[in-house]
Design a protein around this ligand. Structure first.
Ligand code: ZN
Ligand code: ZN
Length: 547
């Protein structure tokens, strides 16, 4: 009897100890998630020598750096990137399969965060009706709020609507984005609130964009010292309306009227400065990290994407953008140290995709690259179906490298979609510039474990995606960009390889060369916080980085 009691009390004390260990979670006061739109991994190394000690280098020194982190799906575009970082899954799981995609049920193109059940708040621009309704999964920001009985706050900010709406998840206290034109202010949606909080109104009243755009965009240091980029004047870059050459200085005051007024700030490094100031206002206005909960601030620096599209990754403009962004990051870290105390917050920094060098520039170096004419390809498809099935409109839509067949036409001809898709894909593979073609049927019945078809499969959503998926050759982008600039969207390393860095409370200092995926961020943050994983997460916890 005595012995049994002893065992029982021993058992009870173990249970108590375990329970205590589980309930005393030492969480940070604030988690800051930073997404730099279009940041390639090699920007960290390419410009390393010119970075300050307190920005990217500080995160590299004190935090944990994954040198071999990749997006693991196509298309690598902004909406899918932001959704995947925060849900820990890919388009197959969270349902955001592109920025815009063809809705085969409605028979039209739709935009990822449009929702006409809600109204714009803080602007007269009535088309700014947004919500996260198409995001099927929960985000790490949702799980954090739910785990604290909705006590903590989530604030999400970006220049682009999708870059604020998707990271904030379904339960954001406020997701804010920027409208340019003559307004130049941060706005939101009635999904979150009926009117802007005072701190946002106050921020808008200060007219920061106006102040920034009084300056021209000159290089931060003498342009001669910019050694990590090609000549400023080259044939591969875009120009602003009213500019003859893509060279410094870019005279913003002179250019603004013809280039969308305050929208112009988005295409300059001042867009990052503006967002940093807005982040400070959010921390102060919402008292983030100052209460008995863990709050989340999701920041998306969108300007590097606008600049990268126009000038490409080898430009002086990109070199200058990152030297300046480094200083903004340094300022953000020192602000967080001051407001919350060193070691009281946790932070990650990543991107939503990377980017390919301007294909015309690649060609000049004899590196494979070029342009794909989608309207010619569409003509080819219609000729193909005319030849095979005597009908020219069997293909309903081609977008995001997916082909949607017309169900009504198939039915009227008593054709089986899977048979037609298979037959067409055998032909399409011969088309110049196409590297792989795979049908929906194959993606539903085969489990691709690695490589480009694994990425296609991760991006494929059985409910929303097309009947045939295509992969163009490396270095190939749409002829839309043929005259200048570049874009992203592929599953090749130039689009998938991005930084993943963790910093602050709960993270070690160090680095890893192991292949990791973008969907690992949300599970890692969930584990740090000891909360439920986002409901559809498939990524893994990056335990090397955690203390
Ligand atoms: Zn992007
Ligand atoms: Zn982009």
């Amino acid at each position: 009897m005595k012995k049994t009691l002893f065992v029982l009390s021993l058992l009870l004390s173990t249970i108590q100890v375990e329970a205590q260990e589980i309930t005393t979670v030492d969480r940070p006061k604030l988690v800051v998630g930073i997404i730099v739109d279009q940041m390639r991994y090699d920007y960290l190394t390419r410009f390393y020598d010119r970075y300050s000690e307190d920005g990217f280098k500080r995160i590299l020194r004190e935090g944990y750096n994954f040198e071999n982190a990749h997006f693991n799906y196509v298309p690598t575009v902004t909406a899918v990137g932001h959704a995947s970082v925060y849900t820990g899954t890919t388009g197959s799981g969270h349902g955001i399969i592109a920025n815009d995609w063809y809705d085969k049920y409605k028979g039209k193109m739709i935009y990822c965060v449009d929702d006409f059940d809600y109204q714009a708040v803080g602007t007269e621009k009535i088309y700014e009706q947004k919500s996260p309704k198409r995001l099927m999964a929960t985000t790490v920001t949702d799980e954090l709020r739910m785990s604290q009985n909705m006590g903590g706050k989530t604030i999400a900010i970006g220049l682009k609507d999708r870059s604020a709406v998707l990271p904030g998840g379904h339960t954001s206290n406020g997701s804010y984005w920027f409208v340019g034109k003559e307004e130049g202010s941060f706005i939101t949606s009635s999904y979150y609130m009926e009117s802007l909080p005072k701190w946002v109104n106050d921020f808008n009243k200060k007219q920061w964009p106006k102040k920034y755009m009084k300056n021209d965009w000159e290089t931060l240091y003498p342009i001669k010292s910019y050694k990590a980029s090609i000549a400023d004047d080259n044939p591969y870059e875009g120009v602003f309306i009213g500019e003859e050459k893509p060279v410094f200085p870019h005279e913003l005051k002179k250019l603004s009227e013809e280039n969308g007024h305050f929208d112009l700030i988005k295409e300059t490094p001042y867009g990052n400065s503006l967002l940093k100031e807005f982040a400070f206002a959010a921390i102060e206005g919402e008292e983030l990290g100052k209460r008995d909960y863990t709050d989340f601030l999701a920041i998306s620096f969108s300007s590097p994407d606008y600049i990268g599209h126009k000038y490409g990754p080898d430009s002086k403009e990109i070199e200058d953008t990152y030297l300046r962004l480094d200083l903004e990051v340094a300022e953000l870290l020192s602000y967080l140290d001051k407001e919350l105390g060193k070691g009281n917050y946790s932070l990650f920094l990543t991107a939503d995709h990377a980017v390919v060098p301007v294909p015309a520039y690649l060609k000049s170096l004899k590196v494979p690259g070029g342009y794909f004419d989608y309207s010619k390809f569409r003509e080819y498809l219609d000729n193909l179906t005319s030849e095979y099935y005597q009908v020219s409109h069997l293909v309903e839509n081609v977008s995001n490298n997916q082909i949607f067949l017309n169900r009504a036409v198939l039915d009227s001809l008593k054709l089986d979609a899977t048979v037609v898709a298979e037959k067409l894909s055998h032909e399409i593979i011969n088309y110049n510039g196409i590297y792989r073609v795979v049908t929906a049927k194959t993606l539903q019945t085969t489990d691709f474990q690695s490589g480009i078809l694994n990425y296609v499969q991760n991006g494929y959503n059985q409910k929303f995606s097309g009947d045939i998926m295509m992969v163009p050759n490396p270095g190939i982008i749409s002829t839309y960009h043929e005259n200048s600039g570049t874009t992203h969207g592929s599953g090749y390393a130039y689009d998938t390889h991005v930084p993943i860095m963790f910093f602050g409370k709960g993270f070690k200092s160090g680095r890893s060369k192991d292949y990791v995926e973008i969907i690992d961020i949300a599970p890692t943050i969930s584990n740090l916080l000891q909360i439920s994983f986002p409901n559809s997460a498939t990524g893994k916890v990056l335990s090397d980085a955690l203390r």
